[in-house]
Design a protein around this ligand. Structure first.
Ligand code: 5GP
Ligand code: ZN
Length: 113
């Protein structure tokens, strides 16, 4: 379900601008607005999911397609070696409560927060 006040839902709905670097059915990859590496992309499911804790809301098929899309997005960004991060919960540094993967090149400049 789309949430009216969620930043990433607004991007998915086209109500906020973003630099889209990749798309697949149900998923979007955008450039992070405050990059912590030369390549810093966020992979976002179009469907609102608060945190990784709620990953069970995705079907097995969606979960597999999301992982494939993360790998495809890194490749499309020209990365062979990279870091993937998910912050789960405010105490772990999550600031946007719509599930997203950070895809960062190997020389990231500290934890994105
Ligand atoms: P978190 O700390 O929740 O894992 O990461 C949220 C990320 O979203 C941060 O790296 C932050 O720079 C990025 N971000 C926050 N607001 C926006 C926005 O409006 N557009 C884009 N493209 N990225 C955003
Ligand atoms: Zn959302």
């Amino acid at each position: 379900m789309s949430r009216p006040d969620c930043i990433f839902c607004k991007i998915v709905r086209g109500e906020l601008p973003a630099t889209v670097v990749n798309r697949a059915e149900g998923f979007l990859a955008i450039e992070d607005i405050n990059p912590k590496a030369d390549v810093h992309v966020l992979v976002i499911p179009e469907r609102h999911i608060d945190t990784f804790r709620d990953i069970g809301e995705l079907s097995e098929g969606e979960a597999k397609r999301m992982l494939d899309f993360v790998a495809e997005t890194a490749k499309a960004a020209g990365l062979e070696e990279y870091r993937l991060m998910i912050f789960c919960g405010a105490g772990a540094g999550q600031t946007v409560f719509h599930l997203h993967w950070h895809v960062l090149d190997g020389r990231f400049r500290g934890l994105p927060q």
